[in-house]
Design a protein around this ligand. Structure first.
Ligand code: RRO
Length: 309
C-alpha cells in the first residue's frame, strides 16, 4: 500500500489527513476523540488570550455543497491549550496549536507560551473572518509582516501561518514576499471565504445570525479557490515552506488533488462536521487507493506533480 505518512518541519505525521482547526476541537474530550480517530494529527481550536463564548446562535449552517459559519472564535483561552498536549501525548500523533490575537501584541504572548508547551507545531491564524470589528489580518500585508516580525526568534518549534483565500496573483506575490522574510515552516491554506451571505428564500432571512448573516464559506464551494492558493504558493515558495491544504476535502480524490497542486498534507473541516470522526480514516484509505492505482509510492511522491494540459 502507498504511504500517506508525511514529515512536516521535521515532525512525523502517521497520516497526511487530519482535522482543520475549527470544528469539534474546542474541548479536551473533543480533542481526545480526534486523537483516538484516524486523524493524522490533533489540531486545536484557534485560541485567544482570554476565553471566549463566540458569536450568537445560530452561527453554523450546513449547505448543499458545504457550510457557512460565524463562530466568532469560541475557545477556552490559551492557557488551557498549552496544558492539553500533555493529556494528548498518549495518542502518538502531532499536536498543533492554533492561535489568534485580538491585537498585534497578543501574538508574541501566545507564541511564547506555546513555545514553552508540549505542542509540536504552532499555527498562527491570520485569517479569522468572524470577529466583529476585526478585519482579516492576512489581507493586510504590512500588518501581517509586522505581526510576523514580533514572532521572529521566539523559539524553535515550527511556526506556520493560516492564510485567507487570495484571488489575485499580485496578492499571492505580496504574501509570499512577507512569508520569505520570516522563519515560516508551513502555511495552512486556506481559511473559509470570509463574508459570504447565504439566504433562505422561504424565510427571507440569512441562515446564520451574527453580522447580519455574513460568515465564512467552507466545503465544496471552496475547493477550486483552495487548490489555486496551494498551487500558487507552491510555485512561489518552492521547498522552503511546506503546505497544508484545506478547503473542500471530502474524499481521497480531493486530497489527491491538493497533493498534486503542491500540498504536503490536507485538513478536513466541513466534512468532519458533517460526517464525524470516521472521515479521516476513510479519506486516508481512499487516498492510499488512488496513489496505488497511479503508481505513486507515497503522497510525498505525488506532491506538486500536477501536469500541464
Ligand atoms: O471561529 C470562527 O468563527 C472561525 C475562525 Br477563528 C476561522 O479561522 N475561520 C472560520 O471560518 N471561523
Amino acid at each position: 500500500m502507498a504511504s500517506t505518512q508525511v514529515t512536516i518541519a521535521g515532525i512525523h505525521f502517521p497520516s497526511c489527513v487530519f482535522n482543520a482547526s475549527g470544528p469539534r476541537d474546542v474541548t479536551l474530550p473533543e480533542l481526545r476523540e480526534i486523537g483516538a480517530s484516524g486523524s493524522g494529527a490533533i489540531v486545536m481550536k484557534s485560541c485567544t488570550p482570554e476565553p471566549r463564548d463566540g458569536n450568537e446562535e445560530p452561527r453554523y449552517a450546513d449547505l448543499p455543497l458545504g457550510s457557512i459559519n460565524s463562530m466568532g472564535l469560541p475557545n477556552l483561552g490559551y492557557t488551557q491549550y498549552c496544558e492539553f498536549p500533555k493529556d494528548l501525548a498518549e495518542y502518538g500523533k502531532p499536536v498543533i496549536a492554533s492561535l489568534a490575537g485580538m491585537q498585534p501584541s497578543d501574538f508574541p504572548v501566545l507564541v511564547e507560551a506555546f513555545q514553552k508547551s508540549d505542542v509540536d507545531l504552532i499555527e498562527v491564524n491570520l485569517s479569522c473572518p468572524n470577529v466583529k470589528g476585526k478585519p482579516q489580518i492576512g489581507y493586510d500585508f504590512e500588518a501581517s509582516d509586522a505581526i510576523l516580525s514580533l514572532l521572529d526568534g521566539l523559539g524553535d518549534k515550527p511556526l506556520g501561518v493560516k492564510l485567507p483565500p487570495y484571488f489575485d496573483f499580485v496578492h499571492f506575490e505580496s504574501m509570499a514576499a512577507v512569508l520569505k522574510k520570516h522563519k515560516i515552516a508551513f502555511i495552512t491554506c486556506v481559511n473559509s471565504i470570509g463574508n459570504a451571505l447565504v439566504i433562505d428564500a422561504e424565510t427571507e432571512r440569512p441562515v446564520i445570525r451574527p453580522k447580519g448573516g455574513f460568515g465564512g464559506l467552507g466545503g465544496q464551494y471552496l475547493k477550486p479557490t483552495a487548490l489555486a492558493n496551494v498551487r500558487k504558493f507552491h510555485e512561489l515558495l518552492g521547498d522552503r515552506v511546506q503546505i497544508i491544504g484545506v478547503g473542500g476535502v471530502y474524499t481521497g480524490t480531493d486530497a489527491f488533488e491538493f497533493v498534486l497542486a503542491g500540498a504536503d498534507a490536507v485538513q478536513v473541516g466541513t466534512a468532519f462536521m458533517q460526517e464525524g470522526l470516521g472521515c479521516f480514516a476513510r479519506i486516508d484509505q481512499e487516498l492510499q487507493a488512488i496513489l496505488d492505482r497511479k503508481g505513486y509510492a507515497s503522497a510525498a511522491d505525488a506532491k506538486g506533480k500536477l501536469k500541464a494540459l
